[in-house]
Structure formats: structure tokens, C-alpha cells
Design a protein around this ligand. Structure first.
Ligand code: HEC
Length: 146
């Protein structure tokens, strides 16, 4: 390695070594963004079903999808990859960030279980506990998003 460094120069080697790391970061960032996009779509479906704009049989399935998305996010955000609209504070405050994911997941399971039992009013009453998406975004996303 020493000869290699001497031959190419330390900067060239550092640049070469950093290429795969950046490629991994891009995959990691794209992955978590895709999971979050799915959350946006599932939340829209849940809202429409709750308001009775579409058949409400899928309330439980939408809530369950959000619970699964929070679980997926736990792994997707675990390794530090600053980029997208994620703030570096996520990994400085990993306990707080992951607690928020876990809380939303648990709240979504409560809603899904009630909906599956046919208790729409009960599910409706508990949906407020699931609406913590924005409070996490307010803390952990770069502001001025469209
Ligand atoms: C624990 C924190 C947290 C929670 C809870 C959370 N998000 Fe996110 N969300 C993020 C972060 C961080 C990003 C930025 C990801 C990136 O760009 O790296 C994001 C990005 C997004 C995006 C933008 C994706 C894009 O197109 O760039 C959407 C949409 C989204 N979240 C929807 C939701 C919805 C809906 C919920 C609730 C059901 C939710 N999120 C819950 C942290 C959270």
C-alpha cells in the first residue's frame, strides 16, 4: 500500500477509495427516500379512506403499510449517509430519531388492529397518535421543502 500511495500520490488514492463509499451512499439515500415516498402515498390513501371518499375497507391495510414503512425506515436510516433532505442530526440523535419511528409504528398498529376489528370510530380516535410525520420532518429535514 505504501508504494502504491507513493506512486499515485495520497490524494489520488483517497479519491479512488472514496468512489465506492459515495456509490453506497447514493443507494442508501435513494432507498430511504423511496420508503418515505411510499409513506406519503399510504398516508394519502388512509386519509381518503378515513374521510369516506373511497371505500373504507382499506383503512387497516393503509395503517399496516405505514407501520411496516416505519420498521423499514429503522434499517434504511440506520447507517449514516448525509444527503437528500436528511439532516446530520439524525445520527447525532439516533435514539430520539429511532424512538419517533418506533412510536409511529406502534400507533399505526393500534389503528390497524381497531380497523381490522371493524371499529372505524375507534381507529378514527387513535389516528391522531399517528400524525407525527410532520413533527419529525420539522426537526430532521432540511427546511424550505416544496
Ligand atoms: C422519525 C422521523 C420521520 C418520521 C416519523 C417520518 N418521516 Fe418522512 N422523512 C424523514 C426524513 C429524515 C426524510 C428525508 C429523507 C432524505 O431525503 O434523506 C423524510 C422524507 C419524507 C418524504 C419526502 C420523500 C422525497 O420525495 O424526497 C415524504 C413524502 C415523507 N417523508 C412522508 C412521511 C409520512 C407520510 C410520514 C408519516 C406517516 C413520515 N414521513 C414519517 C423522517 C421521518
Amino acid at each position: 500500500m505504501k508504494t502504491f500511495v507513493t506512486l499515485l500520490g495520497a490524494t489520488a488514492v483517497a479519491a479512488m477509495l472514496s468512489v465506492p463509499a459515495l456509490a453506497d451512499d447514493k443507494a442508501t439515500i435513494d432507498y430511504r427516500i423511496n420508503i418515505m415516498k411510499a409513506m406519503g402515498a399510504q398516508a394519502a390513501g388512509l386519509g381518503a379512506a378515513m374521510q369516506g371518499k373511497v371505500p373504507n375497507d382499506n383503512i387497516g391495510l393503509h395503517a399496516r403499510s405505514i407501520a411496516l414503512g416505519m420498521k423499514q425506515s429503522m434499517k434504511a436510516f440506520e447507517s449514516k449517509a448525509v444527503g437528500g433532505t436528511s439532516k446530520g442530526e439524525i445520527w447525532d440523535n439516533w435514539k430520539d430519531f429511532s424512538d419517533r419511528l418506533a412510536k409511529l409504528e406502534a400507533a399505526a398498529v393500534v389503528v390497524a388492529d381497531l380497523a381490522d376489528k371493524g371499529d372505524k370510530a375507534g381507529a378514527q380516535a387513535k389516528i391522531r397518535d399517528m400524525l407525527t410525520c410532520k413533527s419529525c420532518h420539522d426537526v430532521y429535514r432540511v427546511p424550505d421543502q416544496k
